[in-house]
Design a protein. Structure first.
Length: 304
């Protein structure tokens, strides 16, 4: 009876998600709700069969649920979807090596199919830009040259996005090059025009499953806490974050969240991107502190 109730609950969540639309963030919320009640990989068969496109991290989560599963067909299906959704050799493997035979078999079979959809010209272009970005940061290069390099990259990125009519996502770039693109986005040097050019696009495309929600939220937070607020005394400093993804280490080794300005707004924005609530994240990680006054004390550069 308990198993039947769990299956009916899963089907109901999928039905509700389909009614609301096919946005990835609805699927992600459905998935996270299921994780709280279903711990057996086999209970996700319907979910896997009825979901057309998920990010690699969702399939790795499923495979972690039951490392010793005897359902090799279901594990093989997870790896098939994992490869077709963008997994590549630079994606963190960890425990996946326990499934080495299945992983290699599915990689060999399905990776060429995924690669056919990649924009190879665009991949090469993003990688060239990333190499320039990293060169000026890893070598003894002046700040002026670094800022100039970032500015040139942003002009080129704006042209790519304008010509393509969207920001290239995981389907066009693959996992590794998408990561390179997000690094380029992070090095905005407080370019407000460029940030607000990509901001609405990347939010909408994340809801449709083209970017990792955590990755996008983190990129926005790094811009927001260092650039969006006007420092009172014009000195180098930082302020609130928006999504609550950034945490810093205090001088006594503890981890503390950079504060958010409006807790309700943050929770709303996180939900709309498919992220769990900030409260839930903190509840699940009791070692991470959230304390505005303590943060001000530990990090005097913080400015409200």
């Amino acid at each position: 009876m308990k198993k039947l109730t769990s299956i009916l609950f899963t089907l109901l969540l999928l039905f509700v998600s389909n009614i609301r639309g096919q946005d990835y963030y609805n699927t992600l919320h459905t998935f996270n709700k299921m994780l709280k009640t279903n711990k057996d990989l086999s209970s996700y068969r319907t979910f896997i069969d009825t979901t057309t496109y998920l990010f690699p991290d969702m399939y790795t989560t499923l495979l972690k649920l039951n490392k010793a599963t005897q359902d090799s067909d279901l594990v093989a299906e997870c790896f098939k979807r994992l490869v077709l959704s963008g997994y590549d050799e630079n994606y963190y493997n960890g425990f996946l090596n326990e499934y080495m035979d299945i992983k290699q078999r599915q990689w060999k079979k399905y990776r060429p199919i995924f690669e056919k959809g990649l924009d190879t010209v665009l991949v090469r272009k993003i990688k060239e830009m990333d190499e320039k970005d990293q060169y000026v940061r890893r070598n003894d290069v002046s700040l002026e040259i670094m800022v100039k390099t970032d500015s040139i990259n942003q002009v080129e990125l704006k042209k790519i996005i304008t010509d393509l009519g969207k920001i290239p996502g995981i389907k066009e770039l693959g996992y590794t090059t998408l990561y390179d693109l997000m690094i380029l986005f992070r090095h905005l040097d407080c370019n407000k025009d460029f940030f607000y050019f990509i901001y609405p696009k990347i939010i909408q495309q994340t809801k449709q499953g083209e970017f990792f929600p955590e990755q996008v939220a983190s990129m926005i937070d790094y811009y927001w806490w260092g650039c969006e607020f006007i420092q009172k005394d014009k000195t180098k400093g930082f302020s609130y974050q928006l999504y609550g993804t950034i945490q810093l280490k205090t001088n006594d080794g503890r981890m503390i969240k950079v504060p958010v300005k409006d807790w309700e707004e943050t929770e709303k924005l996180r939900h709309e991107l498919g992220l769990p609530s900030l409260k839930e994240e903190l509840d699940n990680n009791p070692k991470i502190i959230y304390d505005l006054e303590l943060f001000k004390e530990k990090f005097p550069a913080f400015q409200e």
